[in-house]
Design a protein around this ligand. Structure first.
Ligand SMILES: *Cc1c(COP(=O)(O)O)cnc(C)c1O
Length: 495
């Protein structure tokens, strides 16, 4: 690792007059030389860095090497479904027929693109057991907001204005209550049982004529399948509410069971998680929203409709909740998901779910002798450890015990991305692992071996773990100070 390049700006590598090119005086040119009108000529130097090409190439290459991605190594970040994204998706999305299409082109000139949109929404409808999807929302959280707006429109349309509450389990992802609040709903929390599933008694207490609906993630953020779904859906429906499915964890049930069959009325899917689009650092994403039959009309515009084999764009109709994105959302992401779905095929869809569950359970079983497993038993695509076991340095009565943060930092030394840490909030030392189906057994075994080694180090050589990482470009940034005392400007080092 070239540490000297870390933290140096291209401006610091600049030398006056240095150029990345050389041009001949060009005595052969038959193009006459033109001078710009004086009014357009800059009077101050522009202040761009001046550097030779090798310096520029090395600077950016070294910077990219300081980064970590799915193409660099194993990325078991729980809740994020960081699966490998097949390169064919990129090739298809880069076809000029897609990239050079103007979003404002009349539908007549974009029939192929609209057909791809329509077929993608139909495949999603088939996989989820719902009637229709909009692909317009930009991300999971945006899909949540859109879906909740559908639920609100449904109640408003019936003149039922008293339904202002949304029920959300305490294990939910933070975007759930945030989206509900943005939608103007008030949040009612229900508790989880020790086995991680919803406490039905706690649910019954909050049901009533003011409930708009309930948001659920299944399997939930602990990777546990909510086996009481039919009962929960019945209770919520009986009191007049609708069931919202947070489909961020759709991965382990793809091709095996369907939210529509479980009693959900509205859901979103994170195309950038389940359907293999590169993501991280905030985007780009796509959060299609599906609804059961009877709710289609509320979906946002523009809507893609097919009439006699001809695709049209509906920009406004009587019932729609309106427009929630520009045009049809992040179209390039939809193309990637379509390519992935077609390359998997209907006959292989179930393998996505099965293999992601197998991989997660394999890691869990191999490591539970070293890390605390608060909820034992079969998990779905991900699971949560509650830090190291007592006999492996995780004894909290010892002030110098090894924490989940220490384990995550030490993992970086071995070229693995850390799992999600300190989420979900149900456990103090949460360490949430999601391997996804795209990893080979060799990769899983290598990860397991390192996790065991770290546990042994935490017992026998704790300083090694507590002072990690030892060979990454950055060590342990002070994240509290970074928040409280943020520095947004950079002072070049004097040379
Ligand atoms: C990722 C995630 C979300 C939010 O999705 P974004 O696309 O990041 O907005 C919501 N719920 C769960 C359970 C998630 O894992």
């Amino acid at each position: 690792m070239n540490k000297t390049c870390y933290g140096q700006l291209i401006f610091e590598l600049s030398r006056p007059g240095r150029k990345g090119y050389s041009l001949p005086q060009n005595p052969w040119a038959d193009t006459p030389q033109e001078t710009l009108p004086a009014a357009l000529v800059r009077t101050q130097p522009v202040g761009l860095p001046e550097a030779d090409e090798p310096t520029v190439a090395r600077h950016y290459t070294n910077m990219s090497n300081n980064n970590f991605g799915v193409d660099t190594g194993f990325y078991p970040l729980g809740s994020c479904t960081m699966k490998y994204n097949p390169k064919i998706n990129e090739e298809v999305a880069a076809l000029p027929g897609f990239t050079s299409l103007h979003p404002a082109l009349p539908a007549d000139y974009a029939q192929g693109a609209l057909r791809l949109y329509d077929e993608t929404q139909k495949i999603l409808a088939e996989l989820t057991g719902l009637a229709q999807f909009t692909l317009n929302p930009y991300a999971g959280a945006h899909g949540e907001l859109t879906g909740l707006m559908v639920i609100r429109s449904y109640h408003m349309k019936r003149g039922d204005t008293a339904r202002t509450k949304i029920i959300i389990p305490d294990s939910a992802h933070g975007t759930n209550p945030a989206s509900a609040a943005v939608c103007g709903l008030s949040i009612v929390q229900v508790k989880s049982l020790p086995d991680g599933t919803i406490d039905i008694d706690s649910l019954k207490e909050v049901l009533g004529p003011d409930v708009a609906g309930m948001m659920m993630t299944n399997p939930n953020t602990l990777g546990i399948f909510e086996h009481q779904i039919p009962e929960i859906a019945r209770l919520v429906h009986d009191c007049g509410g609708l069931m919202y499915y947070d489909g961020a964890n759709f991965n382990p049930i793809v091709g095996i069971c369907r939210p529509g069959d479980m009693g959900f009325d509205v859901m979103h899917i994170n195309l950038h998680k389940t359907f293999s689009t590169p993501h991280g650092g905030g985007g780009p994403g796509s959060g299609p929203v599906g609804v059961r039959s009877g709710l289609e009309a509320f979906l946002p515009c523009p809507k893609v409709v097919c009439r006699d084999g001809h695709y049209e764009l509906v920009k406004e109709d009587g019932e729609t909740l309106g427009q929630i994105s520009s045009h049809l959302g992040n179209y390039g992401i939809i193309v990637r998901a379509y390519a992935y779905l077609l390359s998997i095929g209907r006959e292989n869809a179930h393998l996505v779910g099965q293999l992601s569950v197998l991989n997660a359970n394999y890691i869990k079983e191999c490591l539970k002798a070293f890390y605390k497993l608060p909820i034992d038993g079969l998990c779905k695509h991900e699971f949560v450890f509650d830090g190291l076991r007592e006999d492996y340095g995780g004894d909290h009565s010892d002030p110098a015990h090894a924490t989940t943060l220490d384990v995550a930092k030490r993992l970086l030394d071995f070229g693995f991305h850390a799992p999600t840490i300190y989420f979900p909030l149900l456990f103090h030392e949460a360490l949430m692992i999601e391997p996804t189906e795209t990893e080979s057994k060799d990769t899983l075994d290598a990860f397991i071996a390192v996790m065991k080694q770290i546990a042994e180090e935490a017992r026998d050589n704790r300083t090694m773990v507590k002072t990690a990482p030892h060979n990454t470009p950055a060590g342990r940034p002070d994240d509290v100070r970074a928040v409280k005392d943020a520095i947004f400007t950079y002072k070049p080092t004097a040379d």
